[in-house]
Ligand binder design. Structure first.
Ligand SMILES: [Zn+2]
Ligand SMILES: [Zn+2]
Length: 347
């Protein structure tokens, strides 16, 4: 096996923060303790990759680095250590939660996504915008054997697990109303998980194309936020507001609107991460007994569950394929909100 591994491979790198990634050859890394070298087959492109490239979040990665945290590929070499049933030939994925310490207060209480010592795929460690990547076999996603369409499955690794976890922590029950605000890469998958969970889905976006996509994925009602006040429309349709509101949108306005769309005692979950703030009325939060929650990706167990929904055919991400050398064009379209669903690189 070792003889087939080249010394270099092509990757898209952030050499300095800005809109453009550089495509160039870099050395194939050697897997360290608990790590595996993976030959990447497909990688989704996430909105977070834009933030990584532009370095506009408060916690910044250190260039040069390779973005990408929705990569799926085949294990071709194992480093030293115990690999917990991961073997050469297995299909695994990297993820935003690339690894965690496993021992801190958060890790031992089922909240490993909050670990202070976590490493992030395509951010603090090189990711999947290249044909080889490393994973930590303790944290890598295990792709179910029945999954064969890796381009389509790639978005589950970030978009899928993120919205699945957010829906779980919304504590919404079957038959209740769930607003999905923002029908992009995350939102169009959120609609499908919510439908699969038996929730009544209302999709909110500013683009009719995206609302049509939500309808195709099972949303029972759609609201175009460009046409009047979406909160008013949601309040009326639901007879008092939605039990859960999930914000995947990246415009600050959507966060304020989410509070106005919620039912009394409802839960609002934030997934979208625009750098910024939004105004919220203390009176309204207290008086309506609202819960506002941030939710960041998911744990390994959430990942296994999210992948299982996909493997059972309940989730079908809308994905278009691109080549690695088209990445700058894809990021540009993403910046302009011109992508339906997700784009994934096929190697
Ligand atoms: Zn992501
Ligand atoms: Zn930890």
């Amino acid at each position: 096996m070792t003889s087939t591994i080249p010394t270099q491979f092509e990757a898209a790198l952030v050499d300095e923060f800005g809109p453009t990634l550089n495509i160039r050859d870099i050395d194939v890394p050697k897997p360290g303790v608990n790590q595996a070298l993976v030959k990447v087959i497909a990688s989704g492109v996430c909105h977070t990759d834009l933030h990584a490239a532009e370095g506009d979040w408060p916690v910044k990665p250190e260039p040069p680095f390779v973005p990408g945290h929705e990569g799926i590929g085949e294990v071709i070499e194992l480093g030293p250590g115990n690999h917990h049933n991961v073997e050469v030939g297995d299909i695994v994925g990297n993820a935003w939660l690339w690894s965690a310490c496993g021992e801190c207060e958060y890790c031992i209480t089922g909240r490993e996504t909050q670990c202070n010592f976590a490493e992030y795929g395509g951010y603090t460690v090189n990711g999947s915008f290249g044909s080889y990547m490393l994973v930590d076999t303790r944290y890598a996603a295990r792709i179910p054997e029945s999954v064969t369409n890796y381009v389509e499955a790639a978005p589950i690794l970030c978009a899928g697990v993120t919205v699945y976890k957010a829906l779980k922590v919304s504590e919404t029950r079957p038959g209740q109303f769930m607003v999905i605000s923002g029908i992009g890469g995350l939102g169009h998958i959120a609609v499908q998980y919510a439908v699969a969970m038996g929730l009544r889905v209302i999709a909110v976006d500013v683009s009719q194309d995206k609302l049509d996509l939500a309808t195709r994925h099972g949303a029972e009602f759609t609201v175009n936020a460009r046409e009047g006040d979406p909160a008013e429309v949601v309040q009326e349709y639901t007879g008092g507001g939605a039990h859960g509101v999930l914000v995947t949108a990246v415009h600050e306005k959507a966060f304020r609107q989410a509070i106005d769309m919620a039912r009394r005692a409802g839960t609002i979950v934030f997934n979208g991460l625009p750098p910024g703030e939004f105004p919220a009325s203390v009176f309204e939060i207290v008086f309506k007994g609202l819960t506002i929650r941030g939710s960041l990706v998911g744990t390994r167990q959430d990942m296994a569950e999210a992948l299982d929904f996909y493997a059972r055919g309940l989730i079908k991400p809308t994905v278009s394929e691109c080549a690695l050398d088209e990445i700058n064009d894809v990021l540009d379209r993403m910046r302009k909100g011109k992508i339906d669903g997700r784009v994934a690189i096929r190697y």
